[in-house]
Design a protein around this ligand. Structure first.
Ligand code: SAM
Ligand code: SF4
Length: 405
């Protein structure tokens, strides 16, 4: 959840949604994202909507202690707005920020509130993100007892100089121990986040990080090319010439290294940046975003989508909490997507998935552009689905542009 919000049109103060959007509720699963906007320190590359204790100060409504109450308030509002036709929630994803700076029992209150307000499907996927240094074995046991069944650790790298450039504070071996502790606590669905292309990272450094991550045997790995976000410390250091910019060719080489090594270890890409050991351990919550399901994003700056209506909340935790305290929706603005916007969005998202995009979604002109993509071996068509090859995934943004232009 990058911190710059789009503009959009005004959102109703009671959070209400058009009948047309509500009528689509029974047609697709509903996921709940809950943003925890707190971190102990800010990493120099990170643009997410998150705050250290010093940045938040002591103003009322902005404290970590009161945050869960505000989030539960928004859950109650969501249940009122969605009404009786709402399906039981199929996925919960508590993300950040660093959710595990809050005590496990606080995070457990969120699950209870979702269950009370919406009902939780018996096979629901319930994930929390975690920074490996922010949780210990007892905390992991408690999270599991409280109902979390998936955990995603931010590891990024195992190489000390890369971690230092990224401002990561954990000792290099901590994420791997955290995965082992999570497994011992009963988590059968663990994930690790990695970043490649950090200035100064060699190909050998990247292989070392991949192999270390694989050594922990997680069920899932996300590997992201480092994005230099405007306004971050990393961007300033690059501008001043202290660090080189990530290099496109280096990023491409590292993507191919990742895909080969992860495949060899039994993890297959099911989305451009996400690899899973089996279909059952793909992140169902994120698949909901890519497949245009319904999701309600709880928390400051969180985005939501229900039946073609997209909206996003006020960014600052204090503004967010005070809106809810006055009985109003914390939404800042919203967009009502046209049928054509929804179609284009599906192309943008579904083409990134290994399951591919139904060619029936494409116009005649777009279909005529497929010949070139297929000839360049950037994609194949199987059973009416357009599927990117490894080279196509590497150039995914360009392929999608070529298809839509
Ligand atoms: C926003 S973080 C939240 C989880 C947790 N706080 C952490 O850092 O591990 C989720 C993931 O986004 C990725 N990420 C954040 N900023 C990024 C950037 N500028 N470029 C690439 N990946 C980034 C990192 O891999 C991170 O683990
Ligand atoms: S810990 Fe995660 S969310 Fe927090 S600043 Fe670092 S990358 Fe961003």
């Amino acid at each position: 959840m990058p911190s710059v919000l789009p503009e959009g049109q005004p959102a109703p103060s009671d959070g209400s949604l058009p009948e047309q959007a509500l009528s689509e509720l029974p047609l697709r699963p509903l996921g709940i994202y809950i943003h925890v906007p707190f971190c102990t320190t800010r990493c120099g590359y990170c643009d997410f909507n998150t705050y250290t204790a010093a940045e938040l100060g002591t103003e009322p409504g902005a404290s970590r202690a009161g945050y869960i109450d505000a989030a539960i308030h928004e859950l109650a509002l969501a249940a009122r707005v969605l009404g009786r036709d709402v399906p039981a929630v199929s996925t919960i994803f508590v993300g950040g920020g660093t959710p595990t700076v809050l005590p496990p029992d606080d995070l457990g209150r969120l699950i209870t509130a979702v269950r009370d307000h919406f009902g939780l499907a018996p096979d629901a996927e319930v994930t929390t993100e975690s920074n490996p240094e922010s949780i210990d074995s007892a905390g992991l046991h408690r999270l599991r007892e409280l109902g979390f069944n998936r955990i995603s650790f931010g590891m990024q790298s195992v190489v000390p100089h890369v971690l230092a450039t990224l401002d990561r504070t954990h000792p290099p071996g901590r994420p791997l121990r955290a995965v082992a502790e999570a497994k011992a606590a009963g988590f059968t669905n663990t994930s690790i986040d990695l970043i490649y292309g950090t200035p100064g990272e060699s190909a050998a450094d990247w292989v070392e990080s991949l192999d270390a991550a694989l050594g922990a045997s997680p069920e899932h790995i996300s590997a992201y090319a480092l994005i230099v976000e405007e306004g971050t410390r990393l961007a300033a250091r690059i501008r001043r010439g202290e660090l080189p910019s990530p290099d496109e060719d280096d990023l491409a080489d590292k993507y191919l290294i990742a895909d080969e090594r992860l495949n060899a270890a039994g993890l297959a890409a099911y989305e451009v940046s996400n690899w899973s050991r089996s279909a059952a351990t793909r992140c169902r919550h994120n698949l909901g975003y890519w497949r245009s399901h319904h999701w309600w994003g709880i928390g400051p700056g969180a985005h939501s989508h229900v039946g073609g209506v997209r909206w996003w909340n006020l960014k600052h935790p204090q503004a967010y909490a005070s809106r809810l305290a006055s009985g109003q929706s914390p939404a800042q603005a919203r967009e009502l997507l046209s049928a054509e916007q929804r179609r284009v969005e599906r192309i943008l998202l579904e083409l990134r998935l290994a399951d591919g995009l139904s060619t029936s979604l494409l116009t005649t002109t777009e279909q005529s552009r497929l010949v070139d993509l297929l000839a360049r071996r950037l994609a194949v068509i199987e059973d009416g689905m357009l599927i990117l090859t490894r080279d196509g995934r590497l150039l995914a943004d360009g392929v999608i542009r070529d298809l839509l232009d």
